[in-house]
Ligand binder design. Sequence first.
Ligand SMILES: Cc1ncc(COP(=O)(O)O)c(C=O)c1O
Length: 400
Amino acid sequence: MKKLAERALNITPSVTLSIDAKAKQMAAQGVSVVNFGVGEPDFDTPAHIAAAGIAAIEAGHTRYTPASGTEKLRQAICGKLQSENGLDYNPAQIVVSNGAKHSIYNVLLALCDPGDEVIIPAPYWVSYPEMVKMAGGTPRILDTRENEDFKLRPEELEAAITPHTKALILNSPSNPTGTVYSASELQAIANICVRHQIYVISDEIYEKLVYDGATHVSIASFGSDIKELTIVVNGMSKAYAMTGWRIGYSASNQRLAAAMGSLQSHATSNPNSIAQAASIEALCGSQYAISVMLQEFARRRRRMVELLNQLPGVSCRMPQGAFYVLANITQLLGVSYGGEVILDDVSLAGVMLERAHVAVVPGSGFGARNYLRFSYATSMENIEAGLSRINTFLALRVLR
Ligand SMILES: Cc1ncc(COP(=O)(O)O)c(C=O)c1O
């Protein structure tokens, strides 16, 4: 049999999905598993948004739309970017896709030639390096430090730029760290990107989920030079509890938007027409549901951080955004639990699932070896029960 393409062979299988698959298999066998692995809000899509989807079906909006999205939705996105982010775009600069993930992939397809490097600060969202590789580029990972809130140091960014550097992927608020960059930190990064003329893929999907007075600022808002180089990526999934509807979008300079629209027109055509109609309501209708979800996430975040820091050998910082906590487990390495020695984050996540029936995601998949990612997109009851199970499990500690 002929071999598969290098592109397919080069992809690293997702650790996120393998733990998730195992947790689901255990649950199907009747085991009660507390799942901290989830990457989606546990709330339903707000009723007025769902109703707009139903109305779209009833009104017959069930046909192909323009490949880059309906004019009405692209106008609504321009309105949102103007009023919330201070960014002036016209509909020809917007490409609506099947989720923000698809938008990022479109950007990379439109930007990367073989040999082009894309800088990705670690910890990063699992899919970035893989998507860069799928697009033919080379991921260039830049480590950050926990005691600096996992923020990219401007001088290290500048030192990593080579003649092959095409773009930087920035994700604030971040999955998996919850880090939110301040305006002045973004300004420093923007200055470097403008000086070296590299693109910034700014993944702002968690923009609505910020806590303790932190504010989200788009790096594109620091003037026309950086705006020209920035591709703002956002979507409906996290802010509006619409993960299954699959709508994301990019805003960029018009040349790039046209290229991405063409690529998309041949690969997937338009995103779902019904979901596009519902997204107009999400952006233009009442935003009340967001504040309710945000309040609940804020409450859970505090409790989860408090309980995690009470676990022996585990520590974490208070994240300012998204709905994840990245916990440091280096003190647990080499420790034996019921005969099983913890070698790294992957082995700890495996043992915790088997013995404590708690699913978490090992940090390795995010370029954060010896960390575990806990999602608090689950009920307070689950947070308390899951962390109590881990506490009981960690008490079985036997020093080697
Ligand atoms: C950082 C980040 N970007 C993008 C996405 C993709 O979101 P979607 O494709 O559902 O819009 C996710 C989803 O988990 C994410 O965590």
